[in-house]
Design a protein around this ligand. Structure first.
Ligand code: FES
Length: 280
């Protein structure tokens, strides 16, 4: 089943997914990120309470996941070449701990098989560690503020629906476009785009369980990143913890220039882990 988070005509089919913003139904729910001052974003809070779940980036090696984090598959679905939603593709066996490939060369995707050692993988982490609030561009619409952190883009493409997230925000005084903007932005797996409700100053975010999704991008014919949801702490090889976010994408193709995060390079290198969804 695919989950059309945005698609206006399908909203009524996903009533349980909805929350209210200003008394209006929107897809997903609303998180109240406390400690927000003016346009400063505090994104260290997430939908789930702090727990034992953790992802550790190993120097020139894999991701070590602990805390019984569920591992699932998510495929991007599309219409006319535009990404329009997500399709659940199954669930991997539950494990308390596991290692996920970061070099892109494993023979047992998405798990690590130690190939990184034989190929001399350079997994140097070059991501900007500044919080979202310190680097984002800000677009003020009539009822919504859009925060845009371009360097986190995973090129999933959902933001291009309709007239695009940016134009929708500019016209967010029109109810239909405001609702569409909220849905489109929350489909972004990488957390590049974040919305604030100008009326009550709350960040608008769809709640997510702590989970990792292995992404496939069938209409591009490529495998995608690891979509980390629900605020799982990600610890760098030097033991510093990255800003905890509700949505981020980790590179698993080995080619990102902003490791550990995905920068969309998996499309440029035609990364294909052999998943059956890419053979349709
Ligand atoms: S998976 Fe996206 S850049 Fe590697």
């Amino acid at each position: 089943m695919w989950i059309p988070i945005y698609r206006a005509k399908a909203y009524r089919h996903f009533g349980s997914f909805f929350s209210k913003v200003d008394g209006k139904s929107i897809p997903g729910g609303v998180f109240n990120y406390r400690g927000i001052v003016s346009c400063t974003l505090t994104m260290s809070e997430s939908s789930s309470s702090p727990g034992k779940e953790k992802i550790v980036v190993m120097k020139d090696g894999p991701y070590v996941v602990s805390g019984s984090v569920p591992l699932v598959k998510e495929n991007i679905i599309s219409e006319g070449g535009i990404s329009t939603g997500w399709e659940k593709g199954g669930r991997y066996p539950d494990r308390k701990a596991y290692t996920l490939c970061r070099c892109g060369r494993t023979s047992t995707p998405p798990y690590c098989d130690n190939t990184h050692t034989s190929i001399g993988f350079d997994g140097t982490e070059k991501a900007d560690r500044a919080p979202l609030s310190e680097r984002c561009a800000v677009l003020e619409g009539p009822t919504l503020t859009l925060y845009d952190r371009k360097d986190l883009c995973a090129r999933a493409g959902h933001c291009q629906q309709l007239t695009g997230a940016w134009t929708l925000v500019k016209h967010s005084d029109e109810e239909e476009k405001r609702i569409a903007a909220i849905g489109v932005v929350n489909e972004c797996p990488a957390g590049r785009l974040v919305l604030r409700n100008k009326k009550n100053d709350e960040i608008i975010e769809i709640p997510a369980e702590k989970e990792i999704a292995v992404v496939q991008h069938p209409h591009k014919g490529v495998s995608g990143p690891l979509w980390v949801r629900g605020g799982i702490p990600i610890v760098a090889a030097d033991s510093e913890t990255y800003e905890v976010r509700n949505r981020v994408t980790l590179c698993r193709c080995g080619a990102s220039e902003r490791k550990p995060f995905c920068d969309g390079s998996h499309i440029s290198i035609n990364y294909n882990d052999g998943d059956p969804s890419l053979k349709r």
